[in-house]
Design a protein around this ligand. Sequence first.
Ligand SMILES: [Zn+2]
Length: 550
Amino acid sequence: MKRKLIIVGLDGATFDVIDPLLQKGQLPCLARLIGEGTRATLMSTIPYSTIPAWPSFMTGKNPGRHGVFDFFTVEDGRRRLTSSRDIRSRTLWEILSQNGRRSVVMNVPGTYPPAPINGVLVTGMLTPRESPFTSPPEVADLLHQVTGGYRINCQSHLSGQRLVDDVLTVTEKHKKGFLTLLRRDEWDFAMLMFRATDVIQHHFWDRRDVVELCYREIDRCIEDIAHAFPEATIILVSDHGLQGQQWDFHVNKWLLDQGYMHIKRGRTAELSRWEQIADLEGRGALAQGRLHPSRVSRALLKLGITGHNVRKLIPGHWWTSLKKAVPQSMRDHLPAGKDLEYEVDWDRSLASAYQLYATESKAIQILGTDQETRRRVRGEIIEKLEQLCNPLTDAPIVRRAYRREELYEGPYAHHAPDIILDLHNGYNVTNAFFANDYCTLRDEIRGCHHREGIFVAFGEDVREGVTLDSPLSLMDAMPTALHYLGSAVPGDCDGRVVTTEIFKPDCEVCRREVRFERPQATELGLEEVSPYVDEDQAEIEERLRALGYL
Ligand SMILES: [Zn+2]
């Protein structure tokens, strides 16, 4: 029998939201897939960020082996957007192509620019506007035609109900386009990734009704896919979970307080003044990741109008109703304080969590060239961070501060940031310098990433009604999918082929021996040129900023 496999990616999906909805009977499709299939917790990469998580999913390898650690790739101390060319390892669909299997892959982050495969590839987030996003190219016309104008991303400048509507519109387009491609052609493997769960949860974590609406819509989309192809095995994976974020940890403010970072001479006097007027809750523009103030912000700043002094002039109850009346997108233009202008003294600074990586990566770079000093500073910072407590609750903030060599293995492990933080639940990091303290309470709870994602398998070969006791790894999906479809697995995968835990022990998939093949190194230096021009980078950074990733 020729097997077909569909993987549906649900960015940021978590059982913490799914389980209560299942109990209320609001996710009929997921209830069927989980009830008649196998479920497990899926452990993400560290950092549990969309990139490197999806590249680790598609290669079955840790970032040290595929070479991608963040939305940005750092070369010679400068950053550029990560593209599919930076993934130095064959992906699931590239290996399937080499084995004569056809794939349809849609909307997976880290697939731009689209490399030709045996089948169809439609790129996902990090695709610049107006750029070729399909392979073969003519598929783009078809997608535009059947969806009334295909779009990869939602409009990140929107807020409130308009953002929700837009996210769901884009989700519907993705599902429609995907079903069209699957009905049109022969395929063995198909994958669609939905971003809606991530975007909605980041923005609306404290609006349970909105989050639940999103999951119900996704459930309906999965039902349409499962209904159209009942013969296919379906696997659902999320690249990480999500959780409510109460606390901001301002890591640069902490580095500044500890003397590991310095501001340029001549600016320090101004600095103390800025600190006085910095947003009381540390929710400055930098805290929200907007390093480049908009024109509106600059104009308001020139007039001395900041979020902080506006708030001081307005009585508390007026402020609450005003906040409700003014949309978030407009409020975001209010500069928080004069923390928009500063200059880091790179020559005197020993460490920084600023400028190179997305905040979700929770990365710290050790600066300077003297190896002995670097080693000492890194050890000191790790020790201090692991003992650091929340000044308001006395609870520890950092679960672990990892040295890169503790997390990554492989030819690119040395490209990783020096320190990667794993924080306790409820905390996220910001780039802010001028918060009131290194750790502050947020006035609105936001969604931030959690390491535990979801795994669900469903189909004729899959065990029924099973919940696995131990979590699977995000890196297990690719080797398992290869084996399921009859392909050999690269010998250097970090993920493992999962057989009897999810498939019926007497089925052919479990009886057939797993074949391994010699690892094939992706040739180095062939495609090092970035596909992005400066305008692309600026446009995509703006989108990442709107999501709170920068
Ligand atoms: Zn994600």
